[in-house]
Design a protein around this ligand. Structure first.
Ligand SMILES: [Zn+2]
Length: 374
């Protein structure tokens, strides 16, 4: 497809450093995509995202179809025209959120009927409708519509959802028309390796330019996730991008890159920032902690972000306690910068064939010191 390519440029073990080219720009992988749920990364301006080196944003199909409506966004030039972010976008399928947020009315082979969590109005999401919405939103990368069962679902239910995800992937593929948009398939199957393998092989038969691994951010234990990624690594085509949806902590990103993942998204850095939790090179720091009330140090003395260059822990704690909007902005900028920076460090260490060494040292630092002293 014109305007798109992906190439793995360096490897170290299973870890890969690559380049994803889209019509709206190039992205070096492994990459973290900040989540712009409703078309904006909460509390952060595009300018700040650009400056920190964020290259590709995620937007949520479910939220945007309900408000302001995908047809409206489409009429205003899609997400790029509507939001003014001229870099690449990825939209999710709406599947995960319809299952986690909406009041479900009816799930059958056709799709999902549900009530909006905003105003209770009735809507349907099906593979065809998800494609229509995502083509209206016009992201560079769209996702096939999938059924995402809860993490504690019994095997039989997971097997059923996985088989349906394949059928829905086929319908998504058939309904997808835009040739300036890549459509990725989503591998489901919970923590069951045989279901994961079947799911991946069936999607490979349909054929997608990239593959996502879904259903691994729904509360399953980490060893289960690691095993799934290790099992999928030799099955997924080496020359196609792999995207682990909705994951995770800095440690999760490092451990998943070690298992061959190229792309990530997660609300943790922004959501936790709004709750006063900062990710730092020495572990997490809760700005609410009274020990910081007169602490003149920046959140992370080793961080070069605009927040750490100018704000003390004492000031951030004051802003947070006072309910100032700036607290969310300053702390979101730091957390996102930290995520973007750790991805950059991973890319460099893979290119230098020193990833395992870097990984060991980084995980030790993240675990060794708890900033809150507990
Ligand atoms: Zn910082």
């Amino acid at each position: 497809m014109a305007g798109f390519s992906f190439a793995v440029e360096a490897r170290d073990g299973r870890a890969r450093a690559g380049r994803l080219v889209t019509p709206h720009g190039e992205v070096e992988t492994p990459v973290f995509m900040p989540v712009g749920t409703a078309g904006a990364v909460k509390a952060v301006l595009h300018r700040d995202l650009r400056e920190m080196g964020a290259r590709i944003l995620l937007a949520n199909t479910y939220h945007l179809m309900l408000r302001p409506g995908d047809a409206l966004v489409g009429g205003l030039g899609g997400l790029h025209g509507f939001t003014g972010w001229d870099g690449p976008f990825l939209t999710d399928s709406g599947g995960y959120q319809v299952f986690s947020l909406a009041a479900l009315r009816k799930l059958d082979e056709e799709g999902v009927r549900f009530q909006s969590h905003i105003d209770g109005t009735a809507h349907t999401l099906s593979p065809e409708r998800s494609m229509e919405v995502q083509q209206n939103l016009g992201a560079d990368i769209a996702m096939a519509f999938d059924e995402c069962p809860p993490g504690d679902a019994p095997r039989e239910a997971v097997a059923e959802a996985t088989a349906r995800t394949t059928r829905w992937a086929r319908r998504s593929r058939a309904a997808h028309r835009r040739d300036d948009q890549w459509l990725f398939g989503i591998v489901q199957g919970g923590v069951h390796l045989d279901l994961r393998e079947t799911s991946a092989r069936e999607l490979l038969e349909i054929g997608f330019p990239g593959y996502a691994v879904g259903g691994l951010s729904v509360g399953e234990p980490k060893p289960g996730r690691d095993r799934v990624l290790e099992h999928l690594d030799p099955i997924l085509p080496a020359e196609r991008p792999r995207y682990l949806m909705g994951v995770g902590t800095p440690e999760d990103l490092v451990d998943s890159v070690a298992r061959g993942v190229d792309m990530f998204d997660c609300v943790l850095p922004t959501r936790n920032a709004r709750n006063g939790q900062l990710f730092t090179s020495r572990g997490r720091l809760s700005i609410r902690n009274a020990r910081y009330k007169d602490d003149p140090r920046p959140p992370d003395p080793e961080c070069a972000c605009p927040t750490c260059r100018t704000a003390s822990r004492a000031y951030l704690r004051h802003l947070h306690q006072a309910g100032e909007m700036t607290a969310a902005t300053l702390m979101s900028i730091h957390n996102l910068f930290f995520y973007v920076d750790i991805m950059k460090a991973m890319r460099q260490s893979i290119r230098l064939c020193r990833f395992e060494e870097w990984r060991g040292a980084t995980l030790r630092r993240l675990a060794a010191a708890d900033q809150d002293g507990s």
